[in-house]
Design a protein around this ligand. Structure first.
Ligand SMILES: [Zn+2]
Length: 188
């Protein structure tokens, strides 16, 4: 999936979860949570050497290559259960151990938003041709549906850019028709 579709799917996932478990974070933290959801959705693909951030950072190509080598290549560690648990645990550890305790609760709210975005990413990728090695380092990949290949989404195809994205928007709009107050309450 492209980064645009990943961010849209992440926001929709967050909206679904928010409508099930409403929270109020206030205007500042609420906005940070929305941004964290989108950043989380982009993070698993940082193992791609072509990821924009690596191209823009000074020395980024080198850092990107090291990150990629470390994570076992594109769509491996970062898209697996081990990777999800690892990054979630590392960030949680940092919040509890490196941050001023006064900010712990706030940071955990933003952490949760980041993780929702992050986890939504391999879920979305599971619907693509290549699938996702959820159980990496085991090699087999989960593909939804398992077959035939024609019914899965090809990354950056017309199907993804038009049908998948419109589908996400339609579901989001339908959801917001009844859940709008819950979204507003997030920022209160
Ligand atoms: Zn991916």
């Amino acid at each position: 999936m492209t980064s645009t579709t990943h961010q849209m799917f992440a926001l929709l996932s967050a909206l679904v979860l928010l409508s099930l478990y409403p929270v109020s974070l206030g205007p500042l933290i609420g906005t940070m949570a929305v941004i964290a959801t989108m950043v989380g959705a982009l993070t698993p693909d940082l193992d791609q050497p072509t990821a924009n951030i690596w191209r823009r950072l000074i020395g980024g190509n080198t850092v990107g290559n090291i990150f990629r080598a470390f994570s076992g290549g594109h769509r491996h560690l970062t898209h697996s259960f081990i990777g999800i648990i690892g990054i979630g645990w590392a960030l949680e550890w940092a919040i509890y151990n490196l941050l001023n305790p006064a900010y712990t609760q706030t940071a955990l709210g933003v952490w949760m938003a980041f993780m929702i975005g992050y986890i939504s990413h391999p879920i979305a990728d599971s619907f693509t041709d290549q699938g996702v090695p959820w159980f990496w380092p085991l090699h087999f990949r989960i593909r939804i549906p398992p077959g035939p290949e024609e019914v899965r989404v090809t990354t950056d195809s017309f199907v993804e850019r038009v049908f998948v994205r419109s589908g996400i928007i339609i579901v989001g709009v339908l959801l917001l028709q009844t859940k709008w107050p819950i979204l507003l309450a997030l920022f209160r």
